[in-house]
Design a binder for this molecule. Structure first.
Ligand code: FAD
Ligand code: SIN
Length: 496
């Protein structure tokens, strides 16, 4: 298959880019690939909303910039922060033009929520299901566009570069180029090749690397892994953000239900096992301190008290208002026997967001030619060590737009050699089908355990060393690879 523009991922980043290039180039083909159903994305589960300066009477770009920098712990790229905050408002307006609806006050102004680290109310939301509403509006706009093909159940495996054309590619190869991708078609179970002039990687996050996460099953970091294998640049992967308040449900594995930070923005209070409102002991901003501080405080309280959760107390809040703003959370709690007006909600931190990823410049260009990256898989420099709440959807839109702008010039400069390159079929040599899936599912469980226990919210040298020892044991036990403790690309012994 050949396409002009190839988009990997159907979340906010991929869909925004696809819509824009489709509008600009009605004669060209745009193909979006997605691993499962088109709406099964991190985007769909976003609750709190999208941050943006819309109320200029109380708020300003300067305040949003300052909040983002403080939250990022001194490691944000200030120029990128300015770009996102200032351009974000136009992107939010486009989203509204595409049909997304945000809650409004009776006078027509937007209802603006507040979350940890924000000095002002600036978060536009659609009750507590903002992402679902955005994904709905974007997918409807995609269906209306005539030149976009959205293909579900296509698992992208590898980015095609000169390596696949028979050349040696290393991390120091200057002009690595992307020619398209190899894809496992989950319907036909065949591996197919797709050539593309321009590819956008919008494959989302990697929360599923941990045992407890707010991310759905699709969030396994595939895009970052592909770029790493293709010898592209990756950065800041150590900055995994843990959300302080995932609903604690004993025995629930996989995706944890989120209790949005906006609940604390509306007055919810964290309490430990003894009922003490402990956040004031950790930070003067109490329950609305930036996310990393709150998550570490909860982790500490749980360790001191030997508990698996703390409580979020909403009993004092106006219950009618709670139900109006958070109907989804109210219903979920009710379904497991928690009456938010009478009972405290058990919560614990869970892996939530990857601040690092594929390194991009201010036009979303990666280190690989003809390959852009936007959304959670990209590392733009916005978040530093800790993302400010509700800045992710904003960043995804801003950089999808910038990738589109840059693509306008790039598409007319794609060389004939690139377009006509002969891509070989997928080489399955050395791979075997597992006789029993347990070999894979057990390895996955072990990896999640190791990551959660040793590379969690608080890390130290001892735990990281223990991880490496565990990893050696784990990989040797798996396949007796004698080369080293690391996995190897295309190594039969490692079964990567
Ligand atoms: P996603 O929306 O995750 O989409 C990824 C896409 O890539 C999917 O279509 C997937 O199928 C596809 N994909 C992945 N791997 C492959 C592969 N190998 N082959 C083919 N396709 C592939 N941020 C905010 O700003 N505000 C919020 O209120 C907010 N709340 C959140 C609540 C929850 C529970 C979660 C999990 C996240 C929240 N976030 C929030 C973060 C935000 O939702 C995400 O960072 C953002 O939606 C990511 O968008 P994306 O387009 O980059 O990726
Ligand atoms: C939330 O609603 O608490 C999540 C917001 C975010 O991840 O930005």
């Amino acid at each position: 298959m050949k396409t002009d523009f190839l988009v990997i991922g159907s979340g906010i980043a991929g869909l925004t880019y696809a819509l824009k290039v489709a509008q600009e180039f009605p004669q060209k083909n745009i193909t979006i690939l997605t691993k499962t159903q088109s709406d099964e994305t991190n985007t769909k589960y976003a609750q709190g909303g999208i941050a943006g300066v819309t109320d200029f009477d109380h708020d300003s770009f300067e305040k949003h910039i300052k909040d983002t920098l403080i939250s990022g712990d001194g490691l944000c790229n200030e120029h990128v922060v300015e770009i996102v905050v200032k351009e974000g408002v136009q992107r939010i307006n486009e989203l509204i033009e595409w049909g997304a609806q945000f809650d409004r006050e009776p006078d027509g102004d937007y209802k603006l929520g507040k979350e940890g680290g924000h000095s002002e109310n600036r978060i536009l939301h659609h009750k507590d299901v903002t992402g679902k509403e955005m994904e709905r509006a974007l997918l409807e706009a995609i269906r209306r566009a005539g030149n976009i093909k959205l293909i579900n159940h296509c698992f992208v495996l590898d980015i095609i570069t000169q390596h696949h054309l028979g050349y040696l590619v290393t991390k120091s190869t200057p002009d690595i180029e992307c020619y398209g991708v190899y894809v496992l078609n989950l319907t036909t179970k065949k591996i197919e090749k797709i050539s593309a002039s321009i590819t956008l990687l919008a494959s989302g996050g990697n929360g599923q690397v941990y045992r407890s996460t707010t991310n759905p099953a699709i969030a396994t970091g595939d895009g970052v892994a592909m770029v790493y294998r293709a010898k592209g640049r990756i950065e800041n992967m150590e900055f995994i953000q843990f959300h302080p308040t995932a609903l604690y449900e004993a025995g629930v594995r996989g995706q944890s239900f989120l209790i949005t930070e906006a609940v604390r923005g509306d007055g919810g209070i964290l309490r430990n096992a003894a009922g003490e409102a402990f956040m004031e002991r950790y930070d003067e901003r109490k329950d609305l301190a930036p996310r990393d501080i709150v998550a570490r405080a909860i982790d500490n309280e749980m360790k001191i008290n030997g508990t698996e959760f703390v409580y979020l107390d909403c009993r004092h809040m106006d219950q009618e208002k709670f139900l109006e703003h958070f109907p989804n959370i109210y219903a979920k709690c009710k379904s497991i026997g928690i009456d938010v007006g009478k009972d405290m909600i058990p919560v614990s931190p869970a892996a939530h967001y990857s601040c690092g990823g594929v390194k991009t410049d201010e036009w979303a260009r990666t280190s690989i030619k003809n390959l852009y990256a936007a959304g959670e898989c990209a590392s733009t420099g916005l978040h530093g060590a800790n993302r400010l709440a509700s800045n992710s959807l904003l960043e995804a839109m801003v950089f999808a737009h910038r990738a589109y702008k840059d693509s306008i010039a790039l598409i007319s400069n794609i060389s004939k050699e690139h377009r006509q390159a002969v891509i070989p079929d997928w080489n399955a040599e050395g791979t075997t089908a597992p006789k029993e899936m347990i070999l894979i599912t057990q390895s996955l469980k072990e990896m999640k355990l190791l990551m959660s226990d040793y590379v969690g919210i608080v890390r130290n040298n001892e735990r990281l060393s223990a991880l490496i020892v565990g990893w050696i044991f784990f990989t040797k036990k798996r396949k007796h690879c004698t080369k080293s403790w690391k996995f190897h690309h295309n190594c039969v012994n490692c079964e990567t």
